[in-house]
Write a new protein. Sequence first.
Length: 259
Amino acid sequence: MHLVDLWLTRSLSMCLLLQSFVLMILCFHSASMCPKGCLCSHSGGLNVSCSNANLKEIPRDLPPETVLLYLDSNQITSIPNEIFKDLHQLRVLNLSKNGIEFIDEHAFKGVAETLQTLDLSDNRIKSVHKNAFNNLKARARIANNPWHCDCTLQQVLRSMASNHETANNIICKTSVLDEHAGRPFLNAANDADLCNLPKKTTDYAMLVTMFGWFTMVISYVVYYVRQNQEDARRHLEYLKSLPSRQKKPDEADDISTVV
């Protein structure tokens, strides 16, 4: 009985030691995978905080098990294609208060359907590719950017099915229609369908071109007719100016003799 108790005691101690060793390895592994300048912690998943880290680009060594990723208040200027493709558990992505100007077409490939929150506010985004937010299910914050209101932006917002309220906070810094500059995007979109403007402009240009050609053809025809009339008048005057043929005296005498 004493031997059994001793064995159980040692087994329990070994199990606790082994468990502690495994946890230590996991913690060390997570800490070693944390990107430089960032802080990693576990709270309902791996949280990676890189706020105010003076980053100029998005780290490419982000842990695949990242759930929350904070990259706000840095100097990031672009979001490259497929930069988050391995973060299949990512739920929250904060990229606010950077200098982001460019978002590539496939920037959110791999996380578009898993993200729950995407913050791109307070950046320098003027426009994005019309497919940049395709399949995005997250609640997106894209206000406080110098947006250029045009057909592409209209298509982007339409593709963000669950983010209709974001349009309320978008102010047109510039617009394809000058009168919309400085106004909320919703007002601009309600006043005119921005995707029909290029077509209308093309139609007007074609109409003006056709009118110009028509005017030129009519002018040529009128000129041609008038020129022919003038030539005909001159020819007629020339014929009238020719002297008529008169009979000679000797021809008249010959005729009288014959009679």
